[in-house]
Design a protein around this ligand. Structure first.
Ligand code: 4AD
Ligand code: MG
Length: 478
C-alpha cells in the first residue's frame, strides 16, 4: 500500500507528539537547506518539515524546490519556531516528482489573480485558490444536506434538451451534422431531421421545466448541475458554463418560495462560518489587504466575516418592483444623474440599480417581487393587476442578482395564452402543459447561481476566480 499518509490538516490539529507519520505533498518553500514548507491541499497551513544536517546528500537537497512533490516519513514534534505548534522531524525524504525551479510558474511570492487565471491548472496550489475551492466544495455539500434534510428529492435533469426554458434564445447548439455541408430542406434551411436526435437540440439553460415535472409527483425536488448560456456578456458576473441550484415546490406560493430561498442562503452562510472558518479568515484578511489599495470611498464598510454575520442575522428586505423604481427615482444618485441607464417603470433593473438598492439604500439583501410581465419568462404566474407577474429576484451586496425565481403559472388557459403571445409553440412543450392538464397545483421555485454564491461567500470579485476552469466569450482553455 502506497497511501499510508496522514493529511496535514489532521496532523496539525491532533494534540499528540512523538508519533511516526508519513506525509506527502508539494513544496511551497525550502529555507536554509533545512526547513521545508509542505502543503497537501487539506489546509492553507503548511507543515514544517525539518531536515537535519547530514540526512540528505547535496544532490537530493538541490531537488527540493518549490512545486516538487515529496514523501516524508518522520516524527511529529513540538515546534520551536513561531507560526506552528507541530512540525515533522524527517527520517526519510523521497522525491516523488521534480519541479524545475526556473520554469515553475508559481514563485513563492504574491501573484496577481489575472496571472493565475492563465495558470488555472496550477493555481489550486496557492493559498487564495486553496481557500476558494475548499469553500466551493463545502457549499456544494451543504446544499445537498440542506435539501436532503428537508425531504427534497435530487432530480437529475438533462444537459441536452430541445427546449429553451428561459425563452431568451441564448443556447449552445448540440449537433453531429457536418457544418461545412449540412443536409438541407427544399427551402435551404438545415434539415435537423437528419441530425443525431432527429431535431434541433441544445445545451440546457436551466433544469426548471423538467424540475417542474418532478415536483408534480415528488412535491419537492431540486436540481444542481451545469447550465449553459451563449450570452455574449463579458462581465465579472457571467459565465457561459455555470452551475445552478433549482428547487421546485408543489403546493407553494411566492412567499413560500422567498422563505425557502432566504433560509437556504442563511443556512449556507452558517455552514461555511462553522466548517470553513480558517479559509474564511484567510480570505477576509486577503480582502482587507486588497481594500487598502482602494480609495476610502470605495472601500466596503464591513469585512467579509462581519458582512456574512450581518446577512445571517437580519431579515432580507422584501419590496415590489414598483417600490424599487420609486426608490430609485427618488434617489440622490438618480437626481445627480449618476446612473448610466435610464429608470422607467417597465424596463429591467440594471446591475447599477440593483447595487444601489442593496449597497446604498437598504444595505442588506433585497428580494424584489412583482416585475412587469413583459420583462420576465413565459412560465411566471400572472398577478391580478394584469401588469405584473409573481417573480422574485434576490439581490445581494457586491453581487447583484444571486437568485431568480417565481411562482409558476399553473392555470392552463393563462399559460397557453401567454405562450401564444410570446410565440412559443405549444406543440413543443405539450409535455410541460400536461402537468397543467392533469392535477395542476400552485407551485414555485427558483434558481441560485452557484458561482455567484461562491463569490458572495469568499469575497472574491471576479466569477472567473470561483470556478475551476472558466468558460467565457473567447476563452475555453483547459
Ligand atoms: O434568473 P435566471 O436566468 O433564472 C432561471 O434560469 C430560472 N429558470 C430559475 C428557476 O426559477 N428555476 O438564473 C438564475 C440564477 C441567476 O439569479 C444568477 O444567479 C445565475 O442563475 N446566473 C448566472 N450565473 C453565472 N453566469 C451566468 N451567465 C448566469 N445567468 C444566470
Ligand atoms: Mg434572472
Amino acid at each position: 500500500m502506497f497511501n499510508n499518509r496522514v493529511k496535514i490538516k489532521e496532523l496539525l490539529q491532533s494534540e499528540s507528539t512523538g508519533r511516526q507519520v508519513v506525509v506527502m505533498g508539494w513544496v511551497r518553500t525550502f529555507r536554509n537547506n533545512q526547513f521545508i514548507a509542505l502543503n497537501d491541499g487539506s489546509t492553507n497551513n503548511n507543515l514544517q518539515v525539518v531536515v537535519e544536517l547530514g540526512l540528505l546528500d547535496e544532490a537530493t537537497l538541490k531537488r527540493i524546490t518549490t512545486g516538487a512533490s515529496l514523501k516524508v516519513t518522520g516524527e511529529v514534534v513540538a515546534s520551536l519556531g513561531k507560526g506552528q505548534k507541530y512540525e515533522v522531524k524527517a527520517q526519510t525524504i523521497e522525491i516523488l516528482g521534480d519541479s524545475d525551479a526556473e520554469k515553475y510558474p508559481l514563485q513563492p511570492k504574491k501573484h496577481s489573480l489575472e496571472f493565475l487565471r492563465e495558470k488555472a491548472h496550477l493555481r489550486f496550489r496557492t493559498n487564495t485558490f486553496g481557500s476558494v475551492f475548499r469553500i466551493r466544495h463545502s457549499l456544494a455539500f451543504a446544499i445537498h444536506k440542506f435539501f436532503n434534510d428537508r425531504g427534497f428529492l435530487y432530480l437529475h435533469t438533462p444537459v441536452i434538451t430541445a427546449s429553451d426554458a428561459e425563452g431568451a434564445g441564448e443556447m449552445f447548439r448540440v449537433t453531429t451534422l457536418p457544418f461545412d455541408n449540412p443536409p438541407r430542406n427544399d427551402d435551404g434551411s438545415v434539415n435537423f431531421k437528419e441530425d443525431f436526435f432527429g431535431k434541433s437540440t441544445n445545451l440546457t439553460v436551466s433544469g426548471q421545466l423538467e424540475g417542474e415535472l418532478g415536483a408534480m409527483a415528488f412535491a419537492e425536488i431540486y436540481t444542481f448541475g451545469p447550465t449553459f448560456r451563449a450570452e455574449n456578456s463579458n462581465t465579472t458576473r457571467h459565465l457561459a458554463e455555470f452551475w445552478m441550484i433549482e428547487p421546485e415546490m408543489a403546493f407553494s406560493d411566492l412567499e413560500d418560495n422567498m422563505n425557502l430561498a432566504e433560509a437556504l442562503l442563511k443556512y449556507l452562510i452558517g455552514y461555511v462560518m462553522v466548517n470553513n472558518r480558517e479559509d474564511l479568515e484567510f480570505l477576509a484578511q486577503r480582502l482587507q489587504e486588497e481594500e487598502k489599495q482602494k480609495p476610502q470611498a470605495e472601500r466596503s464598510e464591513l469585512g467579509l466575516i462581519e458582512k456574512l454575520e450581518f446577512v445571517l442575522n437580519n431579515a432580507f428586505e422584501r419590496i415590489t418592483y414598483t417600490e424599487a423604481i420609486d426608490i430609485l427615482l427618488e434617489s440622490p444618485a438618480y437626481k445627480k444623474k449618476k446612473f448610466t441607464y435610464d429608470i422607467q417603470w417597465g424596463t429591467d433593473l440594471q446591475s447599477e440599480h440593483e447595487r444601489y438598492l442593496v449597497e446604498k439604500h437598504f444595505k442588506k439583501p433585497v428580494i424584489v417581487t412583482a416585475y412587469p410581465k413583459e420583462i420576465k419568462a413565459f412560465y411566471m404566474r400572472q398577478n391580478d393587476d394584469g401588469k405584473t407577474v409573481a417573480a422574485m429576484d434576490i439581490l445581494a451586496p457586491g453581487i447583484g442578482e444571486i437568485v431568480g425565481g417565481s411562482q409558476r403559472e399553473e392555470r392552463l388557459e393563462k399559460l397557453e395564452e401567454k405562450m401564444a403571445q410570446m410565440h412559443i409553440p405549444a406543440e413543443e412543450l405539450s409535455w410541460y402543459l400536461d402537468t397543467r392538464r392533469f392535477g395542476t397545483v400552485p407551485h414555485a421555485g427558483f434558481g441560485l447561481g452557484f458561482e455567484r454564491l461562491v463569490l458572495f461567500l469568499t469575497g472574491m470579485t471576479n466569477i472567473r476566480d470561483v470556478i475551476p476552469f472558466a468558460r467565457t466569450p473567447r476563452n475555453c482553455e483547459f
